[in-house]
Ligand binder design. Structure first.
Ligand code: COA
Length: 209
């Protein structure tokens, strides 16, 4: 299988949203909202077009990754710009073939070249430690309430950039989506049944702090 990575174009938008929906459906909650998030993210001021990539497997679009601007704030009010990826999605039948890793590696390299300080995400350590991510706790980075969720993960791109301070992470406000609007947007796709999966329990545990 030949995997290629290129920037997303407007012609890809709906396909990317379909892939996102397929990848996240019933994974963390019954149904999902990530395809709506992808939809609204592109026109948000925090969206980073230069880090918006899709993956093609033998010419077929099967995965994508999107980034937004985020920041951390320290105990003295000092602010440091960071970046955040998500959603990152691979069509279920193409998962576990290295496509997600290729998207992550590709964009980490781009982010490093552009001089970004760090990538901070909420995600499963099982997906991201292999790419060098560590717990926020290791860098004294908590969430906005000063807690340290299991899923708050950090990849330092400039070594020592967080040293000597305690930080709170703030993701883009674009993540605070309106559930009713997401539900309405979902109705423009093929009907799909919502249901329970054990991964929803894993997710609920990972989000606790
Ligand atoms: C998370 C996600 C983007 C990862 O994409 P992916 O293409 O499946 O990722 P990869 O194939 O690169 O890696 C996944 C696993 O497949 C393994 N793998 C990679 N290439 C492989 C191959 N040729 N044969 C078999 N396994 C392979 C990797 O080693 C990895 O396993 P590991 O965790 O045991 O190391 C994808 O699973 C997805 O869309 N999930 C649903 C949405 C989601 O949860 N997104 C992230 C939100 S936090």
């Amino acid at each position: 299988m030949n995997i290629t990575i290129r920037n997303e174009t407007p012609e890809d938008f709906r396909r990317v949203e379909e892939i996102t929906r397929e990848a996240f459906w019933n994974l963390y909650v019954p149904g999902c909202v990530e395809h709506y998030l992808a939809h609204v993210m592109r026109s948000h001021e925090d969206f980073m077009r230069e880090l918006d990539f899709v993956a093609l497997a033998d010419g077929r679009l099967v995965g994508n990754i999107m980034y937004t601007r985020s920041f951390v704030e320290n105990e003295q009010g000092g602010r440091l710009e960071t970046i955040t990826f998500g959603p990152v999605s691979v069509l279920p039948e193409y998962q576990r073939k290295g496509i997600g890793s290729a998207l992550i590696r590709h964009t980490i390299q781009k982010a490093r070249e552009s001089g970004h300080a760090a990538i901070i995400i909420y995600g499963s350590p099982y997906n991201y430690c292999k790419h060098g991510f560590k717990s926020g706790r290791d860098f004294n980075i908590g969430n906005a309430e000063g807690r340290y969720p299991f899923s708050l993960l950090v990849l330092e791109l400039k070594e020592g950039v967080f040293a000597g301070h305690a930080w709170k992470y703030h993701e883009s406000v674009v993540f605070g989506i309106d559930p009713a609007a997401a539900e309405e947007f979902d109705r423009t796709f093929e009907p799909k049944e919502k249901g329970w999966r054990y991964t929803q329990e894993e997710f609920s545990i990972a989000c606790r702090h």
